[in-house]
Design a protein around this ligand. Structure first.
Ligand SMILES: [Zn+2]
Length: 398
């Protein structure tokens, strides 16, 4: 695993030190070797993993039985050998996206095909345990539906709308899900799912999805900006997700826009979130209304030309543009992708963001940065979560 990997995988399924834990560990090592290096003979696998040829042979046999790998005869240094490859349909990754009021799960193949997918609604303010239990239940249902064996699962990737300390796998202060703060996401998920788990912030996964599943596969420097009840971003720099020192990056929602503005949930004043999140838009547009407007209504009203809604969207866009102008000056991205529940606004939101970007970025940077809406709807995070599993295993779609 790379030293700057997103969130550590602390343990493997099974009891530590037990035979089954050891077997699972060895299996994962072989999967990783095949995923990063492509097909290999059993002798090569033995060299790469340091496992004995007898152990490799046994594991390959059991993986073959589970449909995880395919084998074919070959010759190596003039001798007969067996070439082992990951089965593109057999090796499955689980992607899980936890939100404020939903959990979504996908089963995806190495070849980026969706095998099964569904989501369930959760009550606002639900506790982490409730979300984790719902994810485990949904996973079991999808496995049964798609007739996928648990043994063909390489691992599960999980995203949550909040920062995770990459040293421990713990959800830290600043999460949109305050009930999850302090939870060790990896430990709890591995216990509940009985799978190797990888976890990351949802904006990072949104960024990863753009360069793995999305239309920006060839882009090396990309910023994904998620505008929702909070505002976060994920960065792909030089072709790889950027995780910084302890895994907390892209917190652009707390860029100061107006020092005398509203107090933010982070304790500062006038953060971008206090002027451009869907939470503040709802607050501004619900004044005097019998009930709060929904995010969907904001999109509908703006598209219908409602003046107050358009003004709120425009103000938000300009503030976002100013904040990303500073980021663009720093990292010179090729593409900035805007995602989240306001994506349906299209140019109504992109145009003021672009104006803000052009005003605050160095001219050449502003003019050459492509600004687009995410085409992945509310699925970017969950698809990125599935990618995380393969990426941690060294797989990137090239
Ligand atoms: Zn803040």
């Amino acid at each position: 695993m790379a030293p700057d990997a997103p969130v550590v995988r602390k343990s493997r399924p099974g009891q530590p030190g037990s035979q089954s834990a050891l077997r699972q560990l060895n299996r994962t090592r072989i999967t990783e070797a095949l995923a990063s290096g492509g097909p290999a003979t059993q002798a090569e696998l033995s060299r790469i993993t340091g496992l004995s040829t007898a152990t490799v042979s046994n594991i390959v046999k059991s993986m073959l039985g589970d449909g995880l790998v395919t084998v074919e005869p070959t010759t190596s240094s003039g001798r007969r050998a067996v070439s082992v490859a990951l089965d593109g349909h057999g090796a499955i990754a689980v992607g899980i996206d936890f939100g404020r009021t939903h959990v979504r799960v996908v089963l995806a193949t190495v070849g980026h095909q969706i095998v099964a997918e569904d989501s369930v609604r959760l009550p606002l303010g639900h506790h982490a345990e409730e979300g984790i239990a719902a994810a485990a239940e949904l996973l079991e249902r999808l496995l049964a539906q798609a007739n996928v064996s648990r043994r063909s699962i390489v691992g599960a990737g999980a995203g949550i709308p909040g920062p995770i300390d990459s040293r421990s796998g713990t959800v830290v202060q600043g999460a949109i899900l305050p009930e999850w703060v302090g939870i060790n996401l990896l430990d709890r998920l591995e216990e509940a799912l009985d799978l190797p788990v990888f976890a990351d912030n949802d904006s990072n996964l949104g960024a990863l999805a753009q360069v793995t599943w999305g239309p920006h596969a060839a882009v090396s420097n990309l910023m994904f900006l998620k505008i929702g009840s909070g505002i976060g971003s994920g960065l792909i720099l030089n072709g790889a997700p950027y995780y910084g020192h302890v895994g907390v990056t892209g917190e652009i929602g707390h860029a100061t826009i107006n020092e005398h503005g509203h107090v933010c949930r982070c304790g500062n004043r006038g953060c971008l979130e206090t002027v451009a999140s869907t939470a503040i838009m709802i607050e501004l547009l619900s004044r005097g209304a019998p009930r709060p407007v929904g995010v969907g209504e904001i999109v509908e009203r703006a598209l219908a030309g409602d003046a107050a809604t358009l003004r709120v969207v425009e103000d938000a866009g300009l503030a976002v543009g100013r904040a990303i102008g500073n980021v663009a000056n720093l990292i010179n991205p090729e593409v900035i992708v805007v995602g989240g529940p306001l994506a349906g606004l299209g140019e109504l939101l992109l145009a003021p963001i672009r104006r803000g970007l052009l005003r605050h970025a160095v001219p050449l940077v502003g003019e050459t940065t492509v600004l687009v809406m995410s085409s992945m709807g509310d699925r970017a995070e969950v698809l990125g979560a599935a990618s995380l599993v393969f990426q941690q295993h060294g797989i990137r779609r090239s």
